[in-house]
Ligand binder design. Sequence first.
Ligand code: UD1
Ligand code: CA
Length: 463
Amino acid sequence: MEAFYAVILAAGAGTRMKSDRAKVIHELCGKPMVNWVIDAVKASGTENIIVVTGHQEDQVRACIKEKVEFVSQNEQLGTGHAVMQVKPLLQGKKGTCLILCGDTPLITSETIKQIVHEHNDNNRAMTVLTAIFEDPEGYGRIIRDHSGNVRGIVEHSDATSEQLRIKEINTGIYCFEIDYLLKSLENLSNQNDQNEYYLTDTLSIILENGGKVGTTTLGCTDEMMGINDRVQLAWAQKILNRRIIEKHMRNGVTFLNPDSCIVEHSVDIGRDTVIYPLTILEGNTKVGQNCIIGPNSKITDTLIGNNVTVLNSVTIESTIDDDTNVGPFAYLRPGNQIGKNVKIGDFVEVKKSVIGDHTKISHLAYIGDAEIGKNVNIGCGVVVVNYDGEKKHKTIVGDNSFVGCNVNLVSPVEVKANSFIAAGSTITEEVPEFSLAIARSRQTIIRDWVIRKGRLRGKKPEE
Ligand code: UD1
Ligand code: CA
């Protein structure tokens, strides 16, 4: 395909979002709206991408890591005015310029290729991508003459009641011959309901100048959806999420109830992994092969090996190595490195800790700022007392140690390898290798105390 320029309009505020953030940086499946458009344009085969920014310019530009040229539109006086700002970059250039809006994140590279092809093959001055919408509310309508030739675009707020019945809409995606585009921009006026310079008016101006205008109409209308409010945002997110999950399913991942899961664009999943319902995989997350994730799990920025199970749990910024089981109801907070064949059982919270291979933390424990060795058993109710009210301290437990139930490890403290800690102990000093530590008072029995004190709560045994 011939090289072409692409202009993406992303300067508007998006008032209908009712948001403190610019519309085009609202995220869908973990990627800002405008980045979906940029990625589709890139994948269609052009490197010459110009993005028009204005409202919250710094924040919008900060979201865009790809190599693009930025142009400022300091006052947002309409889509036509936005393209006028690009004039200095296009002046003197020949060929095709694709223009699209930063608020149509569902557009695919295939569709972009198609409109550019049709535009070039038919030697047109302008091609408009149109769609047929059952509910065309809010969109510009395509006006045709009796022979079906396109004559113009009328915005919703300027349309007559008769025009409002037209179901063919302007998707906001166009191809222009650069000469015709630049010439038509000079003749735009803002004499309309919104007092804006409409890019859509270029169509009738180009016809007046003798240019050939045509349309490309696509069957699938999802793709053409422009996002103006939160209802449309939710719909678009659902469609993108479905596309992402279908890609994983085609690569050999099973989803038991795909519509109940959310998977961000950046996630990798290995084959034969099964994702149970109500699971969210987000950020820089990689899941290996043969894992079982979910139900009800939220996995954020987590690197998971092979044959791992994560059941009903939350994991953040952690790594989990092969053959390890997490959950049900575990909470892995940021900074953990969990080894191979480890068990992080029910109601266990782990933070900023290293857990060695084959170690078991089966139930009801808190492990924070700790280094737990290999093949360690952490009993039920063990708490690492890592915080003294001012600072966090570190605890180390050596390989093959056994920490009994309800032990407090008051940090900083070290339990050397191959040692035992008796249940209920509060450990404040180093435990040497091969030793048993007991740190609790001995049990005392006071015989007949209940009878002498008159504290019997039932009948006397001899009665
Ligand atoms: C626009 C079209 C409409 C089409 C619809 C498709 C016009 C006049 N109307 O309407 O025919 O059916 O898209 O979704 O073009 N923007 C700027 N600067 C501005 C104004 C807008 O950069 O001054 C950008 C916005 O950030 C947005 C895009 O242009 O990404 C579209 O603007 P928006 O206000 O949403 O246009 P619509 O009213 O939806
Ligand atoms: Ca729009």
